[in-house]
Every structure is written in structure tokens, then in C-alpha cells.
Write a protein that binds this ligand. Sequence first.
Ligand code: ME8
Length: 510
Amino acid sequence: MPSYYLTTPIYYVNDKPHIGHAYTTLACDVLARFKRLDGFDVKFLTGTDEHGQKVEKSAQECGVDPQGFTDEVSQNFRDLTGQLNFSNTDFIRTTETRHKETCQMIWQEMLNAGHIYLDKYAGWYAVRDEAYYAETEIVDGKAPTGAPVEWVEEPSYFFRLSAFQDRLLELYEKNPDFVGPSSRLNEVKSFVKSGLRDLSVSRTSFSWGIPVPNDENHIMYVWLDALTNYITAVGYGKDDPEYQQFWPADLHMVGKDILRFHAIYWPAFLMALDAPLPKRVYAHGWWTNEGQKISKSLGNVIDPVNLAETYGLDQMRYFLMREVPFGNDGDFSHQAMVHRMNGDLANDLGNLCQRVLSMVFKNCEAAIPLRPNALHDADQKILNDAYALLEKNRQFYDKQQFHEALKAIWDVIGDANRYVDEMAPWALRKTDAARMADVLWVLCEVIRVVAILLQPLMPQSMSRLLDQIGIDADKRDFTYVSADVSLAGGQPLSKPEPVFPRFIEDEQGA
Ligand code: ME8
């Protein structure tokens, strides 16, 4: 069985999870589910990044010790995975022993191989980004991200990042798919071409971090610690069969804010360890709320659990993956959400299912019609288009173009609705009942295929839909997207219930 390893960023525990965090993990969840249904053994990792000055400050502000604070906030992220039906197979915390051991092990390896040396750091640091900035990057006294910076002068260990400049450029040259979307690769290349300075990888002015081996004054820079989580989780250096099976990772999914760390520092650290490099890093875009930057100070942080309660979990999952071309920035608005919910889900897919299944229920003795002996051209065309979705979806999913995968499915849903109108099975009922049954079979088969392919995105609703049309639980993976295993017919149909209710403003109190 082929393997697939994908990861989310590990989130800082300075605050509760919000829509942005849910978005990244959702994208990974959809992909993980897709790969599982497509026959892959999937490792899907998420977790929390718990060290560093930012987290230490948040704990201080709450008057709690950092470990107690991180225990509590990390639990919120862990709970979110259940609340949003995420199928991660591991959840890592950087305060776990397994992780501290790996960090200290790789530190020692890098030191022994001469990639780390002791010196002094004098320069700018932004706690909010947990990042160092060069003098030339400072704009109006702030980091290019707008984060406040402070001047830091302290003894520090450095990683010889500058020595990896050529190898990194060669990596991007030889593997143009290393960074997605492709437009972002240029950003990374030009940063590297502009010249890499050695990276400060330890701090002495606070203590909430993993101790540097054999030098008690230093703790590791939080990004060296954090990035290492991806190999901790597969047992790097511990003869773990998971490392053999899953490393290198197939995909690190991140937001565009942290691409530099993943596409430059991380491969350089791995090169220093002589370890294989991940196959791809994908940087998605940024969400705003009704046109405004999402921030705690503006008080407009969107709680993903509230969103799921208001609109429905699968509806929210659909909206986030469909509304914005993956990779672009997007805006969350109530109006856009309701538009998708009532348009794509209730009208297009919901109505197709409801009218087809109701007709079957009423006119075919509440059982799926038997597979026809012969098909008309129009039948064959729509069925072929439905089966062809699998290969199209594979290609889109491998490029993380979730919106394109969905668009392709909705094209078929639109065609199926037009096919219903053209074939007018309600009229055939009186003139040609056998043809009516064939038409309804074709439609049930299209619904089956569409429902199987939409499981990664809307697992709960598609499971209900597949239950309704009597598909056994072990016949829902992608090997069943094929004419060879089309519906035989005869399965009893329970009274159809709408899968996607409309959102009605007044009733919901919106
Ligand atoms: O950066 N829109 O953690 P973090 C879209 N600990 N995505 C958003 C978003 C928004 N408005 N806000 C947050 C860190 N995200 C480090 C990562 S990895 C080794 C260490 C998502 O809690 C997006 O994925 O600040 C972004 O990259 C991530 O949350 C940042 O989470």
C-alpha cells in the first residue's frame, strides 16, 4: 500500500484556535481523507508549538506557569480536531519528551558536523513572529509583517545557513514543485538569492524552551524546535519503522506567513542532517472577516466551532474549500456563506438528490431501479463524465486545487440537473415506465459516484446520502468509482430526507 505523510503547522498556544487554524487543518483533513479513500496509508500530523517568548509572555499575562498554560490551550486545539471531524492520526506537543529528545539529538548532530557555532547576536527580533529581521528589512521601525521589533544583543549559537544557499537554489531549480502555488516559489528564490545570513538558533534572555545540550545558559530558538516536530513524529533517529515508511513527508501545508521557515530554513536543517527533504510545501492564503484583518484587538476573531453550529459542519467545510481558490486570500462573510449553502448545496446537490430519490421512492416501489440493459447516448455521456471525475480530482488534489476539484464535481451535478429536466421522468412515468426507470437508475448512479467523491469534504452528509441509497460501508472507497461496479439496483430506499437544508435568516435569528 503506498504511503502519504502530510502535516499542518503546529499552532502557537498563545491563544484559542480560530478560523485560520481550522482552515489549514481542514485542507489537510480533506486531502488525508481523499488519499485514504484512494488506497494510501496516511499519516496526518497536527499539534501545538508551545515554547518561545510569545507563549511565555501569554502565560505571564494570565498569571500562570507556562506548562500549565500550554496544557490548557493545547487541549483546545486537540478538542477542535474532534469538533470539526478532523482525521489526524497523531497530535504532537513540543513539550513532550519524545520531541525534546529529538531536538537535542539533532542539535548534537549538527554541532558535531560543524553546522552550529557559538557567537553573539545583535539585531532585531519580533516576538509576535518569533523571527529575526535584518536592518534592511525594517520598515518604519517595524518588521515587514507589521510586528513590533526589539533590539536583541546576547550570546547565541548560529546555524551556518549561508553555507546552504547554493544547495537551496539547486533544490528549487530541480524541483519546481517543491513550493506551491508556483507563484510563491519566486518569492522564496529571490529571498535566497538576495543572500542568506547565518541564523541565530539559541536564546539566553528567557528560559521557556528546550535546553541546548551541554550549555545550560541557552535554549533553542523556537523555530528550530518547532520545525523538528515533523521528524519527531515519525521517530527520527530511533530506528522507528514509521520513519522508513513516512519520511520524507509528502506535504507540509502552511499559511503564506510561514513559508520562509518551511521552504528555506527547514530544508537547510535537513541538509545539515543529511536527511531526505520533504516533497512539497504548500502555502495557502489568508482569511479576512467581512473585509477586515482578523485580530483579537479588532474583536472579530471567528470561532470555527460557532461557525459549524450556525451553518452546519459540512456546510462550513464546503464553504471554506470552495469559496476561495486555494492559495489565494479570502474573505469570510455571512452573505457568501449563505449563498454557497443555499445555492451549491441546497439547490444544486440537495435538490438533485431530493427530486431523484423522491421519484424513485414514489414510482419505483421504494427501490433503486435495476441496471438497464442498454443505455442511450445521453445516459452514457453523463455517466462517463461522472466516472472521469476521479482522475480529474486526483490531479487537482495533488496540486492542492481543492476548488477546482469541486468545480468539476459541480459541473456534473449541473449536467445531472439538466438531464433530469430534459428526460422529464415524471412525464415518462405515463408514457414509458421502463425508460423512466432507466433514467432514474442513471441518476442514482451519478449520485452514488458524486457522493463517494465528496466524502473527503463532507464526510457526515455523504455518509447519510450513501446510507440512503443503500451503499454498503465497505463499498465507498475510490475503487468503487467505476462502471464495472455500478449499482445493480434493487436496494430498498428509505424515505428520502433532504441532505442540505436551506439557511433561512429569520429562523436562525441571523
Ligand atoms: O506560525 N488565514 O503558529 P500560528 C489563514 N507555531 N490561515 C491562518 C490565519 C488566517 N487569517 N491565521 C492563522 C505558527 N492561520 C508556528 C508554526 S510550524 C513548524 C510552526 C494559519 O499559531 C496558517 O496556517 O501563528 C498559518 O500559517 C498558521 O495558522 C499560523 O499559526
